[in-house]
Design a protein. Structure first.
Length: 135
């Protein structure tokens, strides 16, 4: 069983096309627009995927700071709560959901991420939900 998990990890990592670099980002903080440059990584094979911080390019990897997700905790439990299920999942993982934009090839693209203030790490919310559902 462990060999199967290891092999599937190798296969899934090889399908990633991660490019990291400095990107211009903007988001709202306490009612004010913040425009900054951030080091982030993008999976260039996926058209509509936002960024990851460098330590979170492998969602659920050992350097990505969120606490372990309890197996058996149904994603549907986040749907039953008031608010966005992906935002609720982010709160559950001690993160802060954040809507933000990345300037890619001179064009602003909007995304949502789960951001951990203490470590400044983040994961695109859609990727986080996809990872959680795969457990």
């Amino acid at each position: 069983m462990k060999l199967l998990i290891f092999l599937s990890s190798i296969i899934s990592f090889s399908s990633l096309a991660i490019e990291c670099g400095q990107f211009q980002t903007k988001y709202i903080n306490e009612g004010k627009e913040v425009l900054t440059k951030e080091e982030l990584c993008l999976d260039v094979k996926k058209k509509f995927t936002g960024g990851y911080s460098k330590n979170c390019t492998i969602v659920g990897g050992p350097k990505c700071p969120f606490k372990a997700i309890k197996k058996g905790l149904a994603y549907e439990s986040f749907i039953k709560e008031i608010g966005s299920p992906s935002f609720n999942l982010c709160y559950y993982l001690d993160g802060q959901p954040q809507m933000y934009e990345i300037k890619i090839k001179d064009k602003w693209q909007a995304f949502e991420r789960c951001y951990w203030k203490d470590t400044k790490e983040f994961v695109e919310l859609a990727e986080l939900v996809e990872y959680y559902r795969s457990l």
